[in-house]
Design a binder for this molecule. Sequence first.
Ligand code: GSH
Length: 206
Amino acid sequence: MIKIWGRANSINVQKVMWTVGELGLDFERIDAGGAFGGLDTPEYGRMNPNRKIPTIRDGEVVVWESNACVRYLAAQYGAGWLWPLDPGQRSQADRWMDWMLTTLMPDLTIVFWQTIRTPPERRDMAAVHEAATRLAPIWAILDGHLSERAFVAGAEFTMGDIPVGCAYWRYVNLPIERPQLPHLEAWFARLKERPAYRTHVMLPLS
Ligand SMILES: N[C@@H](CCC(=O)N[C@@H](CS)C(=O)NCC(=O)O)C(=O)O
């Protein structure tokens, strides 16, 4: 039984939930973070000194950092599938996971927080517009990559699709203008066929 600490509307928790869903693992998710709190207890701090979500426990193994959680679960339970065994192919999955955190998330976070988690009277719409403008060519990089393959690491779905798939759901549901990205849209249609994506990621933004 995998224990997962984190509220269901966190993008970083959604990566983990989607992964356990794909793998068909037994899990217990404990609401934590945001209005649920629970991150400031000594017990939580011993598991995750950052006091962030998600944190997972699998027997004696405790993991934090969402991409590390996805990698752990994929390697432990999905080797040869979610976790490509060939190092070159795995590097394809890995690089788009890191790209999501380092290249995509800074501007996606600005737009998300300003338009979804900030009351209308306090929104900085100039910052939203600037971040949305920067995001368009960033997503176009992944669109170009997907023009030649069905999924980010090749013909098959892998862990590499999970962080960017969570981010794309947010992106298409934000109240901003977006460019036409046909290869991303075709990939998104493939993701939407996956029950675990529909259950754990395709939730209303909140
Ligand atoms: N880089 C970390 C970021 C973790 C993080 O910032 N999580 C947010 C939620 S998405 C959090 O814990 N916020 C505090 C809270 O929800 O109370 C990861 O990917 O796991």
